[in-house]
Design a protein around this ligand. Structure first.
Ligand SMILES: Cc1ncc(COP(=O)(O)O)c(C=O)c1O
Length: 438
């Protein structure tokens, strides 16, 4: 097996395409950024003629797998009718209506193109609603790459500061120096520290922004009572609770994590699960907050928002997921569970210390001696170097997954895919042990 063409094209194209990629996250592909030619179902094919079982799934959006038929048909139909109207069409209202039925907190909906935009919109609405500036965000969570959101996503040990009051860390040069002035960064899953913070500054805090499951750093689960605790803090101090469901939305359940955990935020953002790879995101929430947008007091705009092509994709995705809702989610959960159990068993047999976690079709492997992981710093202490090598070796076995340890399963994945993946994983672990001993 060779990756020669990908490697060559990546190097050659750097002279035209800055850094050889269009999103810095893609530089992390192992063993180097690959060039792909096509994808269908659970499979993706590169330009060197290799086919992989794909657990990256576009970093999340391909919940129905690559190029799902019903979505493509709906999009093809729309392509003949028009691309961007800069005006209203009934399908966007229909999708909004369906979202209000599917998502517990959704009384009103606005569409954007990306997750980053949806989160920015939610923050603007929350700040306007409460007339306060401060927003609590958690260390290790990723809410997009805009200046005022791109803070402490993966801070290194020397940057982090004290655990009880982490430094706000700006990852990119060129972010305005005061980008984090209106954020308070906190460790996730620690209600006591948050109680303390709110006791001191509650009257300044407009919102708590959180991924309900920390998919971006270890797919960590909320401790029992944590999300409920956030809800009651927000109620007590009249702050807005925002769930960033960009990954969890439609993926863990149609209503997202808020449906699974039974905690209803005031606002929520959706993107990666809702349009099968088309650029559609949504901010949804309670009418009393969202109506600041309805009235125009909070301005929200975007040339490409809710263009009929992405809405057609969103509608077809929702219809596919709801068509046989029970079968869809039981397939996603069962396969995710099989993969989780199988990976765990192979790691145990190979005596590689690891925690295998996640929820439903989000599977997470973290190489660590710890018995449990609760926050970013605990997860960041894992053996990342060894894991990167495992992921690289898996590529050569025809399995593509992320270096962060997250594996996404789609409705297109099959039991045979999982069987093949587990065999490949066992093989890689065995080779690995031999090379470690040598
Ligand atoms: C939880 C979460 N929120 C927001 C975003 C930003 O979404 P986008 O990349 O579409 O701007 C991401 C992207 O990975 C995410 O994982």
């Amino acid at each position: 097996m060779t990756l020669e063409k990908s490697a060559r094209w990546y190097e050659e194209n750097k002279q035209f395409l800055a850094g050889g990629v269009s999103s810095d996250v893609r530089k992390a592909e192992l063993p180097h950024p690959l060039y792909f030619e096509s994808g269908s179902g659970s499979r993706i094919r590169d330009v060197d003629g290799n086919e992989y079982i794909d657990y990256v799934l576009g970093q999340g959006p391909l919940l129905l797998g690559h190029s799902p038929g019903p979505v493509l048909e709906a999009v093809h139909r729309q392509l003949d009718r028009g691309l961007v109207f800069a005006g209203q069409h009934q399908a966007e209202a229909e999708l909004a209506r369906l979202l209000t039925q599917a998502i517990p907190c959704a009384e009103r909906v606005r569409f954007n193109s990306t997750g980053s935009e949806a989160v920015i919109t939610a923050l603007r609405a929350a700040r306007a609603y409460r007339g306060r500036n401060l927003v609590v965000k958690f260390e290790g969570q990723w809410h997009g790459w805009y200046d005022s959101l791109f803070v402490s996503t993966a801070p290194g040990p020397t940057q982090q500061g004290d655990r009880s009051s982490p430094n706000p860390v700006l990852p990119s040069k060129g972010q305005v120096a005061n980008a984090a002035d209106n954020l308070v960064v906190m460790p996730w899953n620690d209600l006591e520290l948050l109680e303390d913070l709110f006791a001191r500054r509650g009257s300044e805090i407009a919102a708590i922004l959180t991924e309900p499951v920390m998919c971006n750093s270890g797919s960590l689960m909320p401790r029992p009572g944590f999300l409920e605790g956030l809800r009651s803090l927000c109620d007590r101090y009249e702050s807005v609770l925002i769930f960033d469901e960009v990954i969890t939305g439609f993926r863990l359940a149609l209503g997202g994590a808020q449906e699974i955990f039974g905690v209803t935020p005031d606002l929520a953002t959706y993107a990666k699960g809702i349009a099968s790879g088309f650029t559609l995101s949504a901010v949804v929430g309670k009418a009393e907050v969202m109506d600041l947008i309805s009235s125009g007091q909070v301005v929200h705009a975007g040339t490409y928002n809710s263009n009929p092509v992405v809405i057609a994709a969103g509608l077809a995705t929702l219809q596919t997921l709801t068509g046989d809702r029970e079968a869809v989610y039981s397939h996603l959960n069962r396969l995710g569970g099989r993969l989780r159990d199988g990976l765990e068993e192979r790691l145990r047999r190979a005596e590689v210390p690891a925690l295998v976690g996640g929820l439903g079709p989000v599977v997470q492997v973290s190489l660590t001696d710890r018995q449990a992981l609760h926050d970013y710093r605990e997860w960041a202490s894992r053996d990342d170097r060894t894991y990167q090598q495992l992921v690289t070796d898996l590529v050569y076995q025809g399995v593509r997954t992320t270096g962060r340890g997250t594996w996404y399963v789609s409705t297109a994945h099959t039991d045979a895919d999982v069987d093949r993946t587990l065999d490949a994983f066992a093989l890689v672990l065995e080779d690995f042990r031999i090379s470690l001993r040598a």
